[in-house]
Design a protein around this ligand. Structure first.
Ligand SMILES: Nc1ncnc2c1ncn2[C@@H]1O[C@H](COP(=O)(O)OP(=O)(O)OP(=O)(O)O)[C@@H](O)[C@H]1O
Ligand SMILES: [Mg+2]
Length: 433
Protein backbone atom coordinates (compact mmCIF):
# COMPACT_ATOMS: atom_id res chain seq x y z
CA UNK A 1 0.00 0.00 0.00
CA UNK A 2 1.41 3.37 -0.98
CA UNK A 3 -1.51 5.79 -0.83
CA UNK A 4 0.63 8.88 -1.21
CA UNK A 5 4.08 10.27 -1.33
CA UNK A 6 2.55 13.69 -1.17
CA UNK A 7 4.95 16.60 -1.50
CA UNK A 8 2.78 18.27 1.17
CA UNK A 9 4.42 15.88 3.63
CA UNK A 10 8.09 16.01 2.76
CA UNK A 11 9.43 14.84 6.12
CA UNK A 12 9.39 11.08 6.69
CA UNK A 13 9.01 9.51 10.11
CA UNK A 14 9.62 5.76 10.02
CA UNK A 15 8.18 3.46 12.68
CA UNK A 16 9.87 0.06 12.69
CA UNK A 17 7.39 -2.40 14.22
CA UNK A 18 5.07 -1.69 17.07
CA UNK A 19 3.33 -3.27 20.02
CA UNK A 20 0.37 -5.46 19.26
CA UNK A 21 -2.01 -3.10 21.05
CA UNK A 22 -4.00 0.09 20.58
CA UNK A 23 -1.23 2.01 22.30
CA UNK A 24 1.25 0.60 19.80
CA UNK A 25 -0.49 2.38 16.93
CA UNK A 26 -0.94 5.75 18.63
CA UNK A 27 2.59 7.07 17.88
CA UNK A 28 1.85 6.54 14.18
CA UNK A 29 -1.27 8.65 14.57
CA UNK A 30 0.68 11.28 16.50
CA UNK A 31 3.40 11.41 13.82
CA UNK A 32 0.78 11.92 11.14
CA UNK A 33 -0.93 14.65 13.16
CA UNK A 34 2.46 16.39 13.30
CA UNK A 35 2.53 16.45 9.50
CA UNK A 36 5.01 13.65 8.83
CA UNK A 37 4.75 11.18 5.99
CA UNK A 38 4.40 8.11 8.19
CA UNK A 39 6.12 4.93 7.04
CA UNK A 40 5.42 1.67 8.86
CA UNK A 41 8.37 -0.68 8.40
CA UNK A 42 7.40 -4.24 9.27
CA UNK A 43 8.05 -7.88 8.45
CA UNK A 44 4.32 -8.55 8.83
CA UNK A 45 2.26 -5.33 8.77
CA UNK A 46 -0.99 -7.28 8.81
CA UNK A 47 -0.32 -8.55 12.33
CA UNK A 48 -1.41 -5.12 13.61
CA UNK A 49 -4.79 -5.24 11.88
CA UNK A 50 -6.28 -7.25 14.74
CA UNK A 51 -6.12 -4.38 17.24
CA UNK A 52 -9.18 -2.19 17.42
CA UNK A 53 -7.47 1.08 16.44
CA UNK A 54 -5.96 -0.53 13.34
CA UNK A 55 -8.74 0.37 10.95
CA UNK A 56 -8.46 4.08 11.70
CA UNK A 57 -4.67 4.19 11.83
CA UNK A 58 -4.11 2.15 8.66
CA UNK A 59 -6.73 4.15 6.73
CA UNK A 60 -5.81 7.64 7.91
CA UNK A 61 -2.39 7.84 9.51
CA UNK A 62 -0.04 5.41 7.79
CA UNK A 63 1.09 6.88 4.47
CA UNK A 64 3.26 4.05 3.34
CA UNK A 65 4.12 0.50 4.36
CA UNK A 66 7.54 -1.00 3.71
CA UNK A 67 7.93 -4.73 4.19
CA UNK A 68 11.37 -5.94 5.17
CA UNK A 69 13.23 -8.11 7.65
CA UNK A 70 12.93 -5.86 10.69
CA UNK A 71 15.12 -8.19 12.75
CA UNK A 72 18.08 -7.10 10.61
CA UNK A 73 19.85 -3.75 10.96
CA UNK A 74 21.10 -3.96 7.37
CA UNK A 75 17.63 -4.68 6.00
CA UNK A 76 16.00 -1.82 7.91
CA UNK A 77 18.76 0.61 6.90
CA UNK A 78 18.40 -0.49 3.27
CA UNK A 79 14.61 -0.05 3.43
CA UNK A 80 15.06 3.53 4.63
CA UNK A 81 17.80 4.37 2.16
CA UNK A 82 15.50 5.80 -0.57
CA UNK A 83 13.99 8.24 1.95
CA UNK A 84 17.43 9.17 3.24
CA UNK A 85 18.85 9.63 -0.26
CA UNK A 86 15.92 11.92 -1.12
CA UNK A 87 16.72 14.04 1.94
CA UNK A 88 13.32 13.27 3.46
CA UNK A 89 14.10 11.02 6.42
CA UNK A 90 13.62 12.95 9.66
CA UNK A 91 13.46 10.16 12.20
CA UNK A 92 13.22 6.46 12.91
CA UNK A 93 11.69 4.89 15.99
CA UNK A 94 9.98 1.76 17.25
CA UNK A 95 7.14 1.09 19.66
CA UNK A 96 8.17 -2.40 20.68
CA UNK A 97 10.90 -3.66 22.99
CA UNK A 98 11.95 -6.26 20.44
CA UNK A 99 13.23 -3.69 17.95
CA UNK A 100 14.81 -1.15 20.29
CA UNK A 101 18.45 -2.24 19.77
CA UNK A 102 17.96 -2.63 16.00
CA UNK A 103 16.43 0.83 15.62
CA UNK A 104 19.09 2.40 17.84
CA UNK A 105 21.76 0.93 15.51
CA UNK A 106 19.94 2.16 12.42
CA UNK A 107 19.48 5.66 13.84
CA UNK A 108 23.16 5.84 14.79
CA UNK A 109 24.19 4.65 11.34
CA UNK A 110 21.98 7.22 9.60
CA UNK A 111 22.90 10.06 11.95
CA UNK A 112 19.35 10.36 13.32
CA UNK A 113 18.39 11.01 16.96
CA UNK A 114 17.93 7.96 19.16
CA UNK A 115 19.21 5.93 22.08
CA UNK A 116 22.88 5.00 21.85
CA UNK A 117 23.14 1.37 20.66
CA UNK A 118 25.00 0.39 23.83
CA UNK A 119 22.29 1.79 26.09
CA UNK A 120 19.55 0.26 23.92
CA UNK A 121 21.14 -3.19 24.26
CA UNK A 122 21.52 -2.82 28.02
CA UNK A 123 17.91 -1.73 28.55
CA UNK A 124 16.58 -4.46 26.30
CA UNK A 125 18.40 -7.40 27.85
CA UNK A 126 17.34 -8.15 31.43
CA UNK A 127 20.68 -9.78 32.24
CA UNK A 128 22.76 -6.82 30.98
CA UNK A 129 20.39 -4.42 32.77
CA UNK A 130 20.77 -6.32 36.07
CA UNK A 131 24.57 -6.41 35.68
CA UNK A 132 24.80 -2.66 34.92
CA UNK A 133 22.60 -1.76 37.89
CA UNK A 134 24.43 -4.11 40.28
CA UNK A 135 27.81 -2.71 39.18
CA UNK A 136 26.57 0.81 39.94
CA UNK A 137 25.22 -0.18 43.36
CA UNK A 138 21.59 0.25 42.30
CA UNK A 139 19.27 -2.10 44.23
CA UNK A 140 18.29 -5.16 42.17
CA UNK A 141 17.14 -8.61 43.29
CA UNK A 142 19.69 -11.43 43.33
CA UNK A 143 19.93 -12.77 39.76
CA UNK A 144 21.68 -15.53 37.85
CA UNK A 145 21.72 -16.56 34.20
CA UNK A 146 21.12 -20.30 34.46
CA UNK A 147 22.28 -22.40 31.53
CA UNK A 148 21.17 -25.82 32.77
CA UNK A 149 18.43 -27.21 35.00
CA UNK A 150 20.96 -27.97 37.75
CA UNK A 151 22.31 -24.45 37.50
CA UNK A 152 18.75 -23.04 37.78
CA UNK A 153 18.03 -25.24 40.82
CA UNK A 154 21.28 -24.21 42.52
CA UNK A 155 20.45 -20.52 41.96
CA UNK A 156 16.93 -21.06 43.34
CA UNK A 157 18.43 -22.68 46.44
CA UNK A 158 20.72 -19.70 46.93
CA UNK A 159 17.93 -17.13 46.54
CA UNK A 160 15.35 -19.17 48.46
CA UNK A 161 11.76 -20.02 47.54
CA UNK A 162 9.67 -18.73 45.97
CA UNK A 163 11.87 -17.35 43.21
CA UNK A 164 11.24 -15.93 39.75
CA UNK A 165 12.34 -17.63 36.53
CA UNK A 166 12.08 -15.62 33.34
CA UNK A 167 13.33 -15.14 29.80
CA UNK A 168 15.88 -12.35 29.24
CA UNK A 169 14.51 -10.69 26.13
CA UNK A 170 10.74 -11.00 26.07
CA UNK A 171 8.08 -8.43 26.92
CA UNK A 172 4.47 -8.24 28.17
CA UNK A 173 5.43 -10.57 31.06
CA UNK A 174 5.70 -13.51 28.65
CA UNK A 175 7.21 -16.47 30.50
CA UNK A 176 7.82 -14.62 33.79
CA UNK A 177 6.97 -17.27 36.40
CA UNK A 178 6.88 -17.45 40.18
CA UNK A 179 8.25 -20.84 41.28
CA UNK A 180 7.55 -22.25 44.75
CA UNK A 181 9.27 -25.62 44.44
CA UNK A 182 12.28 -27.18 42.67
CA UNK A 183 9.85 -28.97 40.34
CA UNK A 184 8.36 -25.62 39.33
CA UNK A 185 11.83 -24.17 38.72
CA UNK A 186 12.67 -27.17 36.54
CA UNK A 187 9.42 -26.78 34.55
CA UNK A 188 9.86 -23.04 34.09
CA UNK A 189 13.51 -23.44 33.11
CA UNK A 190 12.61 -26.13 30.54
CA UNK A 191 9.77 -24.08 29.12
CA UNK A 192 11.91 -20.93 28.74
CA UNK A 193 15.19 -22.45 27.61
CA UNK A 194 13.40 -24.76 25.18
CA UNK A 195 12.37 -21.84 22.98
CA UNK A 196 15.29 -20.68 20.81
CA UNK A 197 13.46 -17.62 19.47
CA UNK A 198 11.31 -14.93 21.05
CA UNK A 199 7.76 -13.73 20.34
CA UNK A 200 9.02 -11.85 17.27
CA UNK A 201 11.29 -14.60 15.95
CA UNK A 202 14.57 -13.16 17.18
CA UNK A 203 17.15 -15.48 18.75
CA UNK A 204 16.79 -15.65 22.52
CA UNK A 205 19.72 -15.52 24.90
CA UNK A 206 20.27 -19.15 26.02
CA UNK A 207 19.01 -20.37 29.38
CA UNK A 208 16.83 -18.41 31.75
CA UNK A 209 17.22 -15.77 34.41
CA UNK A 210 16.60 -16.97 37.97
CA UNK A 211 15.89 -14.17 40.42
CA UNK A 212 15.23 -13.54 44.06
CA UNK A 213 11.51 -12.77 44.50
CA UNK A 214 10.82 -9.17 45.50
CA UNK A 215 7.79 -8.94 47.78
CA UNK A 216 5.98 -5.64 47.85
CA UNK A 217 3.91 -3.36 45.68
CA UNK A 218 4.88 -2.24 42.21
CA UNK A 219 5.12 1.16 40.55
CA UNK A 220 6.70 2.53 37.43
CA UNK A 221 8.53 5.81 37.11
CA UNK A 222 7.93 7.67 33.84
CA UNK A 223 10.48 10.14 32.51
CA UNK A 224 11.83 11.76 29.36
CA UNK A 225 15.38 12.83 28.65
CA UNK A 226 15.38 15.75 26.23
CA UNK A 227 18.03 18.37 25.58
CA UNK A 228 20.26 16.77 28.22
CA UNK A 229 17.65 17.22 30.93
CA UNK A 230 15.48 14.54 32.48
CA UNK A 231 11.85 15.39 33.21
CA UNK A 232 10.01 13.06 35.58
CA UNK A 233 6.37 12.90 34.50
CA UNK A 234 5.27 10.98 37.58
CA UNK A 235 4.83 7.58 39.17
CA UNK A 236 2.25 4.97 38.08
CA UNK A 237 0.70 2.44 40.48
CA UNK A 238 0.47 -1.02 38.94
CA UNK A 239 -2.02 -3.77 39.84
CA UNK A 240 -0.95 -7.35 39.14
CA UNK A 241 -2.87 -10.55 38.50
CA UNK A 242 -2.54 -13.79 40.41
CA UNK A 243 0.50 -16.07 40.60
CA UNK A 244 2.38 -17.79 39.14
CA UNK A 245 2.20 -15.16 36.37
CA UNK A 246 2.57 -11.38 36.58
CA UNK A 247 -0.13 -9.99 34.33
CA UNK A 248 -0.72 -6.22 34.37
CA UNK A 249 -4.32 -5.85 35.57
CA UNK A 250 -4.43 -2.08 35.90
CA UNK A 251 -2.50 1.15 36.12
CA UNK A 252 -3.19 4.36 37.99
CA UNK A 253 -1.62 7.76 37.32
CA UNK A 254 -0.50 9.65 39.29
CA UNK A 255 0.34 7.24 42.08
CA UNK A 256 -1.64 7.40 45.30
CA UNK A 257 1.48 6.76 47.38
CA UNK A 258 2.92 9.29 49.78
CA UNK A 259 5.37 11.86 48.38
CA UNK A 260 8.28 10.30 50.27
CA UNK A 261 7.70 6.83 48.73
CA UNK A 262 7.31 8.36 45.28
CA UNK A 263 10.54 10.29 45.75
CA UNK A 264 12.43 7.18 46.87
CA UNK A 265 11.23 5.26 43.81
CA UNK A 266 12.01 8.17 41.49
CA UNK A 267 15.51 8.55 42.89
CA UNK A 268 16.21 4.83 42.40
CA UNK A 269 14.88 5.05 38.83
CA UNK A 270 17.14 8.03 38.14
CA UNK A 271 20.18 6.09 39.33
CA UNK A 272 19.19 2.99 37.34
CA UNK A 273 18.83 5.07 34.17
CA UNK A 274 22.31 6.47 34.73
CA UNK A 275 23.62 2.94 35.34
CA UNK A 276 22.31 1.65 31.99
CA UNK A 277 23.51 4.80 30.20
CA UNK A 278 20.02 5.85 29.12
CA UNK A 279 20.72 8.88 26.98
CA UNK A 280 17.68 9.71 24.87
CA UNK A 281 13.90 10.04 25.01
CA UNK A 282 11.32 8.28 27.12
CA UNK A 283 12.05 5.80 29.89
CA UNK A 284 9.77 3.52 31.90
CA UNK A 285 11.37 2.09 35.02
CA UNK A 286 9.54 -0.57 37.00
CA UNK A 287 10.21 -0.59 40.74
CA UNK A 288 9.07 -2.87 43.54
CA UNK A 289 8.77 -1.29 46.98
CA UNK A 290 9.77 -3.91 49.55
CA UNK A 291 10.34 -3.85 53.29
CA UNK A 292 14.01 -3.18 52.47
CA UNK A 293 13.11 -0.21 50.28
CA UNK A 294 12.73 0.11 46.50
CA UNK A 295 14.33 -2.38 44.07
CA UNK A 296 14.53 -2.21 40.29
CA UNK A 297 12.33 -4.70 38.44
CA UNK A 298 13.14 -3.43 34.97
CA UNK A 299 14.54 -0.45 33.07
CA UNK A 300 12.91 0.20 29.69
CA UNK A 301 14.32 2.77 27.29
CA UNK A 302 10.94 3.62 25.85
CA UNK A 303 7.51 5.04 26.61
CA UNK A 304 5.36 3.12 29.09
CA UNK A 305 3.14 0.51 27.43
CA UNK A 306 -0.36 -0.69 28.22
CA UNK A 307 -2.63 2.38 28.50
CA UNK A 308 -0.21 4.42 30.65
CA UNK A 309 0.40 7.08 27.97
CA UNK A 310 -3.35 7.61 27.78
CA UNK A 311 -3.53 7.94 31.56
CA UNK A 312 -0.71 10.51 31.52
CA UNK A 313 -2.48 12.49 28.82
CA UNK A 314 -5.82 12.43 30.62
CA UNK A 315 -4.21 13.38 33.93
CA UNK A 316 -1.67 15.99 32.80
CA UNK A 317 -2.42 16.96 29.20
CA UNK A 318 1.05 15.76 28.13
CA UNK A 319 0.77 13.89 24.82
CA UNK A 320 3.78 11.66 25.27
CA UNK A 321 3.53 9.83 21.94
CA UNK A 322 3.62 13.15 20.08
CA UNK A 323 6.52 14.50 22.10
CA UNK A 324 8.53 11.31 21.63
CA UNK A 325 7.97 11.49 17.86
CA UNK A 326 9.22 15.08 17.96
CA UNK A 327 12.38 14.03 19.78
CA UNK A 328 13.07 11.31 17.24
CA UNK A 329 12.70 13.92 14.51
CA UNK A 330 15.20 16.20 16.25
CA UNK A 331 12.59 18.68 17.44
CA UNK A 332 12.17 19.99 21.00
CA UNK A 333 9.52 18.28 23.13
CA UNK A 334 6.82 20.06 25.12
CA UNK A 335 6.49 18.28 28.46
CA UNK A 336 4.51 20.95 30.27
CA UNK A 337 1.53 19.69 32.23
CA UNK A 338 -1.61 21.69 31.49
CA UNK A 339 -3.87 20.05 34.06
CA UNK A 340 -3.62 18.00 37.22
CA UNK A 341 -6.20 15.26 37.30
CA UNK A 342 -5.97 11.48 37.55
CA UNK A 343 -6.76 8.43 35.43
CA UNK A 344 -6.88 4.68 35.88
CA UNK A 345 -7.09 1.63 33.61
CA UNK A 346 -8.36 -1.83 34.54
CA UNK A 347 -8.04 -4.94 32.38
CA UNK A 348 -10.53 -7.72 31.69
CA UNK A 349 -9.32 -11.32 31.88
CA UNK A 350 -11.06 -14.64 31.26
CA UNK A 351 -11.78 -16.70 34.39
CA UNK A 352 -11.78 -19.96 32.44
CA UNK A 353 -10.48 -21.41 29.20
CA UNK A 354 -12.73 -21.88 26.21
CA UNK A 355 -14.32 -20.11 23.29
CA UNK A 356 -15.52 -16.58 23.84
CA UNK A 357 -19.15 -16.18 22.87
CA UNK A 358 -19.67 -12.56 23.97
CA UNK A 359 -18.59 -9.84 26.34
CA UNK A 360 -21.68 -8.24 27.84
CA UNK A 361 -22.04 -4.88 29.52
CA UNK A 362 -20.03 -2.46 27.37
CA UNK A 363 -23.06 -0.15 27.30
CA UNK A 364 -23.21 -0.24 31.10
CA UNK A 365 -19.48 0.35 31.52
CA UNK A 366 -19.73 3.44 29.32
CA UNK A 367 -22.45 4.81 31.60
CA UNK A 368 -20.19 4.84 34.65
CA UNK A 369 -19.31 8.51 35.27
CA UNK A 370 -15.80 9.44 34.23
CA UNK A 371 -15.28 6.48 31.90
CA UNK A 372 -13.51 7.67 28.73
CA UNK A 373 -12.65 4.40 27.03
CA UNK A 374 -13.93 0.83 26.91
CA UNK A 375 -12.08 -1.37 24.48
CA UNK A 376 -12.48 -5.06 23.70
CA UNK A 377 -9.55 -6.77 22.05
CA UNK A 378 -11.06 -10.26 22.13
CA UNK A 379 -13.95 -11.20 19.85
CA UNK A 380 -16.61 -13.91 19.73
CA UNK A 381 -15.06 -17.13 18.50
CA UNK A 382 -11.63 -16.39 19.97
CA UNK A 383 -9.98 -19.04 22.10
CA UNK A 384 -9.34 -17.49 25.51
CA UNK A 385 -7.75 -18.57 28.78
CA UNK A 386 -7.01 -17.09 32.21
CA UNK A 387 -4.25 -14.60 31.47
CA UNK A 388 -0.68 -15.88 31.59
CA UNK A 389 0.75 -12.74 29.97
CA UNK A 390 -0.63 -9.34 28.98
CA UNK A 391 -1.34 -10.76 25.51
CA UNK A 392 -4.17 -12.90 26.94
CA UNK A 393 -6.18 -9.92 28.26
CA UNK A 394 -9.61 -9.43 26.70
CA UNK A 395 -9.96 -5.64 26.90
CA UNK A 396 -9.81 -2.66 29.19
CA UNK A 397 -11.55 0.38 30.62
CA UNK A 398 -10.07 3.82 31.33
CA UNK A 399 -11.66 6.31 33.71
CA UNK A 400 -10.67 9.79 34.83
CA UNK A 401 -11.28 11.77 38.01
CA UNK A 402 -10.17 14.84 39.90
CA UNK A 403 -8.31 12.56 42.30
CA UNK A 404 -6.61 9.21 41.90
CA UNK A 405 -9.21 7.68 44.23
CA UNK A 406 -12.09 8.85 42.03
CA UNK A 407 -10.43 7.51 38.89
CA UNK A 408 -9.74 4.10 40.47
CA UNK A 409 -13.27 3.67 41.84
CA UNK A 410 -14.75 4.57 38.46
CA UNK A 411 -12.45 2.25 36.50
CA UNK A 412 -13.23 -0.60 38.89
CA UNK A 413 -16.96 0.08 38.66
CA UNK A 414 -16.74 0.07 34.87
CA UNK A 415 -14.75 -3.18 34.78
CA UNK A 416 -17.39 -4.74 37.02
CA UNK A 417 -20.00 -4.17 34.31
CA UNK A 418 -18.17 -6.38 31.80
CA UNK A 419 -19.02 -10.09 31.70
CA UNK A 420 -17.18 -12.40 29.34
CA UNK A 421 -19.31 -15.41 28.31
CA UNK A 422 -17.10 -18.39 27.63
CA UNK A 423 -18.05 -21.82 26.35
CA UNK A 424 -15.72 -24.25 28.02
CA UNK A 425 -14.27 -26.70 25.56
CA UNK A 426 -11.76 -29.49 25.97
CA UNK A 427 -8.20 -28.88 24.89
CA UNK A 428 -8.33 -25.11 24.67
CA UNK A 429 -5.72 -24.39 27.30
CA UNK A 430 -2.52 -22.86 26.06
CA UNK A 431 -4.16 -21.25 23.05
CA UNK A 432 -4.18 -17.65 24.15
CA UNK A 433 -5.54 -14.78 22.16
N1 LIG B 1 12.50 -10.62 40.68
C1 LIG B 1 11.22 -10.32 40.69
N2 LIG B 1 10.53 -10.24 41.86
C2 LIG B 1 9.22 -9.95 41.89
N3 LIG B 1 8.48 -9.75 40.79
C3 LIG B 1 9.09 -9.81 39.59
C4 LIG B 1 10.49 -10.09 39.47
N4 LIG B 1 10.79 -10.09 38.15
C5 LIG B 1 9.65 -9.84 37.50
N5 LIG B 1 8.63 -9.66 38.35
C6 LIG B 1 7.22 -9.35 38.02
O1 LIG B 1 6.94 -9.75 36.70
C7 LIG B 1 6.56 -8.62 35.90
C8 LIG B 1 7.13 -8.81 34.52
O2 LIG B 1 8.54 -8.95 34.59
P1 LIG B 1 9.49 -8.11 33.66
O3 LIG B 1 9.17 -6.68 33.76
O4 LIG B 1 10.89 -8.52 33.96
O5 LIG B 1 9.07 -8.72 32.24
P2 LIG B 1 8.56 -8.04 30.90
O6 LIG B 1 8.11 -9.15 30.04
O7 LIG B 1 9.57 -7.12 30.38
O8 LIG B 1 7.32 -7.21 31.36
P3 LIG B 1 6.62 -5.94 30.68
O9 LIG B 1 7.00 -5.88 29.24
O10 LIG B 1 5.17 -6.25 30.91
O11 LIG B 1 7.09 -4.77 31.47
C9 LIG B 1 7.12 -7.42 36.65
O12 LIG B 1 6.40 -6.26 36.34
C10 LIG B 1 6.97 -7.86 38.10
O13 LIG B 1 5.66 -7.68 38.54
MG1 LIG C 1 8.45 -5.19 32.80
Amino acid sequence: MTPSSSPARPGVLAVVESQLSNFGLTPLRAAHELGFHVVLVSNDPDRYRVVSLAQEVFARHIDEIVRTDTNSVDAVAAALEPFRAAGRLRGVMTVTDYNIPIVAEVAARLGLPGLSPQSARTCRDKLLMRQACAAAGVAVPGFHQATSEEDALAAADRFGYPCVVKPMTESASIGVTLCRTPAEVRDAYREISGKPTDFRGQPRRPGALVEEYLIGFEVSVESVLAGGERTFLGVTDKALGSHPHFVEMGDTFPSMLSPSVREECTELARRALEAVGHDFGAAHVEVKMTEKGPFIVEVNGRMPGAEITQLIREATGIYLQREVVRLHAGQPADLTATRSGAAASRYLAARESGTLTSIDGVDLALRVPGVVDVDLEAHPGDTVRPAESNLDLLGYVVAVGDTTGDAVRRAEAALGQLTPRIEASAGTRGGGR
